[in-house]
Design a binder for this molecule. Structure first.
Ligand code: HEM
Length: 152
């Protein structure tokens, strides 16, 4: 279970880098392929990243990785929804839409890049925790550490 958690959290971290690359692709290919430019980024975010985040929750629990690590995986999953919420709340607050964009809307939805960076940090942190758990069997608690015998 611990090895599986390590593999999933590593894949999740690598997928966030792919997601960043796909965002850049969306930006630089916009003039060439128009509205489809962000489709790979959207599909990766909605399907691949969310599925990996769900698996991370499952295996963090099964591997008995500790409450704080399980909450970290839940937080990562929720942050993938924040990525969508930023667009929805941003357009409601500013009245901006794809057909009628405005500058306040652009400033607001650009927070998507910052919360995306938070996802990258969080998945890196998870990967480090999973590696530590796999190698040493140490379960991190919020303030103190407890050594547990490696179960698998
Ligand atoms: C850095 C610049 C970024 C830009 C310009 C950008 C842009 C976008 C756009 C335009 C969409 C919506 C695509 C559509 O509906 O057609 C989207 C979706 C998404 N992005 Fe980003 N993004 C960026 C970074 C990131 C990062 C770093 C992450 C996470 C590591 C991320 C995670 C997501 C997710 C999970 C979705 C899917 C949301 C949903 O529809 O449920 N984005 N992004």
């Amino acid at each position: 279970m611990r090895k599986t958690l390590l593999i999933i959290s590593t894949l999740l971290f690598l997928d966030t880098i792919v997601q960043l690359y796909l965002a850049a692709f969306g930006t630089f290919s916009g003039e060439l392929i128009g509205e489809e430019a962000f489709t790979p980024h959207m599909i990766n975010g909605q399907l691949v990243m969310r599925s990996l985040a769900l698996l991370a929750i499952l295996f963090a629990a099964l591997a008995r990785s500790g409450k704080s690590t399980v909450w970290l995986t839940v937080g990562i999953f929720l942050l993938t929804w924040v990525q969508l919420l930023v667009f929805i709340v941003g357009s409601i607050l500013t009245g901006s839409s794809q057909e009628n964009p405005n500058l306040p809307g652009a400033w607001t939805v650009s927070l998507h890049a910052v919360s995306g960076l938070l996802i990258i940090f969080a998945t890196y942190w998870l990967m480090l925790r999973a590696r530590r758990l796999d190698r040493t069997g140490i379960v991190l608690k919020s303030t103190k550490e407890e050594s547990l015998p490696a179960s698998s």
